[in-house]
Design a protein around this ligand. Sequence first.
Ligand code: HAM
Length: 443
Amino acid sequence: MLPKHVFQPPRGMRDYLPRDLYERRVVENTIRELFRLYGYEEVETPTVEHYELLAAKVGEETRRTMYVFKDLAGRTLALRPEGTAPIARLVASKLKTAPKPLRLGYVWDFYRYDEPQRGRYRRFYQGGFELLGSSRPEADIEILSISIELMRRLGFESFQVKLNNVNILRSLMAEKGLDEATQNRILGLADKKRYAEAIEELKKHGVGEDLISKLSRLFQLRGVDHRELMSEAERVLKGCENALEALKNLRFILETVKEVYPEPQYLLDFGFARGLEYYTGLIFEVFVDGLDIALIGGGRYDKLVELYGGEPTPAVGCAPGIDRLVLAMKLKNIMPDPPSNYRVYLCILNEKVLAYGFKVSARLRAEGIPVEMEVMGRKLSKTLSIASSRGFLYTVIIGPKEAESGLVSLKDMAKGVQETLTVEEMLKRIKIRLQTLHVSKRL
Ligand code: HAM
């Protein structure tokens, strides 16, 4: 006998039953509709990639939680923890000469050995929108607008967009000679809101009081009063031209997006960092009240394609977390019920007339009418009561009499009326009924 635990999926991974999958599809279909409306072409890469490629720029936290293994030939491989690295690999190789901008989309599963909790799984789905080839703010604004459109189309009435430009903190640190590895450590701590430790780490590097006080101030600077916050940040950054340039870029993007989409709350947070290390400019996350985990994450990564041996290719993108969006929709009671699938049940009373019954079912399906066959050998009375309790519109009954005369018996489950009809009459009857139920478009 196998041990009991093997009958459950591995910890942090889920089975998606029909209802779960329907809910996932609601989000996925909306993501795909946005691919179409914004011109993103879908691509797919393997779930498994070379470890070095995935590990190069994902940051300590994601690297630590990767599923890594050796294949039989001794290659070190890993399950992808996120989608931007595989996309950058494609653009650096197979799509090297493709005209820019490139708009690539995906809906894939990802793996991270995170500690499982509400909305945090070890296998989860993300959509992705990656816009490659443009360093202009229009590109950042497009990615933000896609994120906001997605939230609106899914039915969220209020939500929050948190933003920063990672180059503000990076430029300040680079100016004082801190190398990239140290910057990454500081930003990694800021990502976890461990600001005091980030300051301690800075002190270890013997940086002057000036940088410590600037970073301490920025770590506290957040809110929705953008004008006030921007002026304060400008004061703090005085003298550091690169940081001021990054601030200007952030201000322009924020002001434009706010003008187009005034509804979301925009939280400017100068201490906000993201765990992934490839970001070089705008970073953002989307939240709803009552759930303190990000639903969408994104930002600009201008150096990744180059790092993978491609042409210098500025890029920006975002990834909506599909499982978390489903969770948030259910929390806000905005997940729609599945549409009624008006079906016909078909019951063949005798094995000798199976072929005739299957022909009738094929005729129904050829007209786009969903048919389920009775395959359990149940008696007619039992079949009818099941068909009725499961919401079938009609039951088609086929016995030797019907088969001989080329007819069918059609029982209307709601009215309880049964008639014997030709196949054509049956089709007409069912189609008229479906039209009155407004499902004709799907036929
Ligand atoms: P990320 O913020 O790590 O960004 O993930 C994006 C989204 O995936 C998160 O906002 C969250 O909704 C979902 N997610 C992350 N981890 C989990 C988990 N353990 N369980 C459930 N959902 C999760 C990225 O992955 C970047 N590649 C986004 C990006 C695209 N940046 C530029 N382009």
